[in-house]
Design a protein around this ligand. Structure first.
Ligand code: 5RP
Length: 220
């Protein structure tokens, strides 16, 4: 199976986690898009969706799926989203698509976070994928200097503005041995909106697509 087929396989597998009659939270990215396309065929089972980005909102709407704002829903039993990296504790780096802040907000509300990923995303230590950080524009210089002081190599994502009107700084060269500590530390830098470490609120389950089939992982 190629990577596209693996993404489709986990998109399909995540359908099993829908709660009938409820709203589902939907993430952003190419793997989440595979889930959205599968969701279209069972849309009668759910009462709608909450989107983690404008791109996801548009894709859901194009399939005729009702999209609600997060503040319009009382509860969110399940959130399905991809990841750039995930470790055995189900902690992730997210934000390759720049939607990390809304993704983190939706994940915080959801009762269950189902991560869907192909096998290449499972890593022993987070940090090979550059860590995305969403930054208020006027704080760019300050935040960049602070991130460099933490030992990383920060670089502004050129030509990119988030759905919230902010900038993304990608930090490479980090070997993240304490994901929760680093998540907190970076979020304390003034001007940071949030960073792409999902360690304090990890996934509850990861559906990992491999050549041998879809594996179901939980935290070790
Ligand atoms: C977007 C994300 C995505 O979940 C992450 O980048 C993975 O994307 P893909 O499924 O395209 O590999 O966090 O902000």
């Amino acid at each position: 199976m190629n990577q596209e087929q693996l993404k489709k396989a986990v998109g399909r597998a995540a359908i099993d986690y829908l709660v009938d009659g409820e709203i589902v939270g939907v993430g952003t990215g190419s793997t989440a898009n595979c889930f959205i396309d599968q969701l279209a065929s069972v849309k009668h089972r759910i009462s709608g969706a909450v989107a983690s980005s404008e791109a996801t909102r548009q894709r859901l709407a194009s399939h005729g799926i009702a999209v609600y704002g997060l503040d319009e829903v009382d509860r969110l039993p399940v959130y399905v989203d991809g990841a750039d990296e995930i470790n055995s504790a189900m902690q992730m780096i997210k934000g390759g698509g720049g939607a990390l802040t809304r993704e983190k907000i939706v994940a915080a509300v959801a009762a269950k976070f189902v991560c869907i990923a192909d096998g290449s995303k499972l890593v022993p230590v987070l940090g090979r994928f550059p860590l995305p950080v969403e930054v208020i524009p006027m704080a760019l210089g300050h935040v960049t200097r602070e991130l460099a002081a933490l030992g990383g190599r920060p670089a502004r994502r050129e030509g990119f503005v988030t759905d919230n009107g902010n900038l993304i700084v990608d930090v490479s060269g980090l070997e993240i041995v304490d994901p929760s500590g680093l998540e907190t530390r970076i979020n304390q830098i003034v001007g940071v909106v949030t960073n792409g470490l999902f360690a304090r609120r990890p996934a509850d389950v990861c559906l990992l697509a491999t050549a041998g089939g879809v594996r179901t992982l939980t935290a070790r």
